[in-house]
Design a protein around this ligand. Structure first.
Ligand code: AMP
Ligand code: ZN
Length: 116
């Protein structure tokens, strides 16, 4: 599923509403519709890449940029000192349900380990 059929492409294009917390030329970030923690934000590239497994070497700066945006959001949300979690689910057993790569930023409560 790509482009016009992809939910996160639609959100990045502004065609589906979301609560944006960040937008730049490469990346948007918005609040998860079904939050699993007091802060739960998804960092999503504007470019459609279906999963980490589909990412290419040339996507390296895009992937690094997603991490730095996650870091900045965590700071802005007041999570940096207490800690937080970033999660990138990949494929069926990884729990990926939306097939457009996205980085979860979760915080505001203590996280368990191992994850379920
Ligand atoms: P994953 O299971 O890693 O693919 O994560 C997909 C995430 O997208 C889930 O946490 C969903 O709650 C979230 N989600 C699905 N639809 C929307 C939406 N329209 N707006 C915001 N978040 C969404
Ligand atoms: Zn997409």
């Amino acid at each position: 599923m790509t482009g016009p059929d992809c939910l996160f492409c639609k959100i990045a294009a502004g065609d589906v509403p979301a609560t944006l917390v960040h937008a730049d030329a490469q990346v948007v970030a918005f609040r998860d519709i079904n939050p699993q923690a007091p802060v739960h934000v998804l960092v999503v590239p504007r470019k459609h890449v279906s999963s980490l497994d589909e990412a290419r070497g040339a996507d390296d700066s895009l992937l690094g940029g997603m991490l730095l945006v996650a870091r900045d959001i965590a700071r802005r949300e007041g999570l940096a000192d207490r800690g937080y979690r970033t999660v990138l689910n990949v494929g069926d057993e990884g729990g990926q349900t939306v097939h457009h790569i996205h980085l979860h930023v979760l915080g505001g409560r203590a996280m368990g380990w191992p994850p379920g």
